[in-house]
Design a protein around this ligand. Structure first.
Ligand SMILES: Cc1ncc(COP(=O)(O)O)c(C=O)c1O
Length: 469
């Protein structure tokens, strides 16, 4: 029996079974695991790697399904010679890298982060982009105002005021290169007067990563209840800042109640603490009237508001914004020489022109209608094919739902069974600061990039993959 030494990262966004699968696959393909070698048993590997048997069994299952290993009854799992692995032959038979990449993309990818690119306003964008790309605008090819184009900041201030009731002047806005970049910048500004940060107990991986980059902060995980964070946890936390996604908690999807919003602001005022409000997908609220943002009801300048154009325009724009209370803004100004240009002036100017025209408002309305339709199709398809065998734990806003399937399968089993049918669904437990706190097996299903037909068909196939009768 061979020994294997995979380096598994339990903090990684990639599930353990995929890490293990990738590692063994690579070892077999490269010949480092010789054909016909016996792999360690699931039990032994579990003891050796100090992880549960489930991810190992899942990785072996995937390797078996794809022909990298074979199983011999009552003996174990054996590596297959690369020459005998059909999928490898197809690869080496002259397929281009692009074709290969296409093949590995599942036919139904419910990625929560993907947006509909078929309805991107290409023509209009090209028009504004061409205007920027003229010799009179050559200055846009230089680095420009590090804080962001003033004209764009003005548009953002007015847009957020109309859409989200946010009250700010363009001077308080800093354009960033994506939410994580904005948060990194913010943490640099906060690090001298904040030692303890309260964080929702489940957060986006990128956000989790940023918190980990600042070892001078210590963190308090705040339990998520159906109407927002636990105020008791917050009161006990001694935090000087708190990070929240009150409009659409990522990934669990709840909305903070008005009562909790007021309590949170009251807490911040009394403690002179900061509230970091990440309003990442606020444009898409389908069924109810949105509650006011914390920023719009904050009377004491305690809220720092973060937003992004990744959902409404495209994630590849890398344009986000941070609205700072004035005291923090002055700190930013003092440090400005230690930064370099954040977001491309050319792209910022194009976005500004797009926003100044009616095209932006029209685009928002169109995308909202489109996503509402996709959202409703998804919810109806789940209700139709799963009936009472699934609960949608989060729906009604944003571009994903959280689905709990009542068939006793673990999260990994759900993901794996879906993958076998060419469907990607995504884990929710990896977002918990303490993965053991994820009490329910629930998967994330994004619908932004999928066509209506693909959504219906994908849900039907999922019901079959998960043996819902
Ligand atoms: C909580 C949260 N914030 C922000 C974003 C968007 O990030 P960015 O602006 O870096 O594209 C996402 C994307 O999934 C998210 O989940």
């Amino acid at each position: 029996m061979i020994e294997i030494m995979p380096l598994l990262d339990e903090k990684s966004k990639m599930p353990l079974y995929i890490q293990l699968y990738n590692y063994i696959r690579e070892e077999i393909v490269s010949g480092r695991i010789k054909p016909d070698s016996r792999l360690p048993s699931i039990r032994n590997l579990s003891v050796y790697l100090k992880i549960s048997r489930t991810p190992i069994a899942d990785a072996y299952d995937l390797l078996l399904g794809e022909g990298y290993i074979r199983s011999r009854p009552r003996s174990g799992f054996y590596a297959v010679s690369p020459e005998d692995i059909p999928s490898l032959h197809a690869e080496t038979a002259g397929e281009s890298e692009e074709e290969e990449q296409k093949k590995s993309i599942a036919s139904y990818d419910f990625h929560y982060d993907h947006v509909d690119l078929h309805h991107f306003p290409f023509k209009k964008w090209k028009k504004w982009s061409n205007i920027c790309l003229t010799s009179e605008n050559h200055h846009l090819l230089q680095n420009a105002d590090l804080q962001g184009e003033y004209g764009l900041r003005k548009e953002i201030a007015s847009y957020l005021h109309q859409l989200r009731g946010v009250c700010c002047s363009p001077d308080q806005i800093i354009i960033g290169a994506g939410t994580y970049h904005s948060l990194q910048l913010l943490f640099h500004l906060l690090k001298d007067d904040v030692a303890i940060v309260g964080i929702e107990e489940a957060v986006n991986i990128g956000v989790k990563g940023i918190f980990e980059q600042f070892p001078s902060f210590s963190y308090r995980s705040l339990t998520l209840e159906s109407d927002g964070i636990s105020m008791k946890d917050l009161y006990n936390s001694q935090a000087q800042a708190v990070y929240v996604t009150p409009s659409h908690q990522f990934p669990l999807g709840m909305t903070f109640s008005m009562k909790k919003r007021m309590e949170l602001l009251q807490w911040a005022y009394k403690k002179n603490a900061y509230v970091i409000e990440n309003d990442y997908d606020s444009e898409f609220r389908f069924n109810e009237r949105p509650l006011p943002t914390l920023q719009s009801i904050d009377k004491h300048n305690r809220v720092i508001y973060a937003g992004t154009f990744s959902r409404i325009m495209s994630p590849s724009f890398r344009i986000s914004y941070l609205i700072l209370p004035r005291s923090l803004f002055h700190r930013f100004q003092k440090q400005i020489n230690s930064y370099n240009q954040f977001a491309s002036p050319l792209l910022q100017k194009t976005l500004q022109l797009f926003m100044e025209s009616n095209d932006f408002a029209r685009h928002i309305r169109k995308m909202r209608r489109l996503y509402q339709k996709k959202h409703d199709i998804l919810v109806n398809a789940v209700n139709h094919f799963f009936q009472d065998q699934a609960d949608i734990l989060s729906q009604g806003s944003g571009l994903h739902i959280l689905l709990k399937v009542k068939n006793n399968m673990s999260e990994n089993e759900l993901i794996l069974a879906a993958k076998k049918e060419g469907i990607n669904v995504y884990p929710s437990s990896i977002y918990f600061l303490e993965p053991s706190s994820a009490s329910t097996a629930a998967v994330l299903l994004g619908f932004g990039a999928l066509s209506e037909e693909t959504i219906k068909c994908g849900i039907k196939k999922l019901a079959k993959a998960w043996k819902i009768t």
